[in-house]
Write a protein that binds this ligand. Structure first.
Ligand SMILES: [Fe+2]
Length: 164
């Protein structure tokens, strides 16, 4: 291999490495934004649950109903298609990481189904049609946001741990 060829190969390798690092930084920044967006959703749901039965901002309930599945779908897409592959590439021999990622994927499916139920319950409550009892709605909302907060927290810890 000539000296020029070696220099060229090194440049290509460095360029590839640079792009990889940039892509990772962009993905992590998007992951951070998606985590914050989900946390804001949890805070809104807690505000609604705390205001039950009589002081609920029905406009807020409808806005949350409108965005709940969009926010979750966006986060799940990003995590499963961009973030988890980075973790798998960095820790492909770790059974702990693989187990955690499988758990996160299962939780995404459960949360997506649960989010649909929460969406319908919020719309029914806000519009007064077939609304469930306030206690039952409060129980449902708390079950959702407590579980989602735990998921977000464990997922972020895993990302920090693997990419530290
Ligand atoms: Fe997640």
């Amino acid at each position: 291999m000539t000296r020029q060829t070696v220099q060229f190969e090194n440049k290509v390798a460095l360029k590839g490495l640079g792009l990889g690092i940039m892509a990772t930084a962009k993905t992590l920044s998007d992951f951070e934004k998606a985590s914050i967006e989900q946390s804001v959703l949890c805070d809104d749901l807690e505000r609604i649950a705390d205001a039950l039965p009589d002081d609920v901002d029905r406009g807020l309930a409808l806005r949350v109903a409108e965005k709940i599945s969009i926010v979750l779908d966006r986060a799940h897409d990003l995590e499963e298609n961009e973030v988890f592959p980075i973790l798998e590439a960095r820790a492909h021999e770790s059974a702990l990481v693989q187990t955690a990622l499988n758990r996160f994927r299962n939780e995404h499916q459960q949360d997506a189904c649960f989010a649909e139920e929460v969406r319908e319950a919020l719309i029914e409550f806000a519009t007064g049609t077939r609304a469930m009892a306030p206690d039952a709605l409060g129980y449902m909302l708390r079950g959702f946001f407590v579980s989602l907060r735990r998921h977000i927290s464990v997922e972020r810890e895993m990302v920090d741990l693997v990419l530290a």
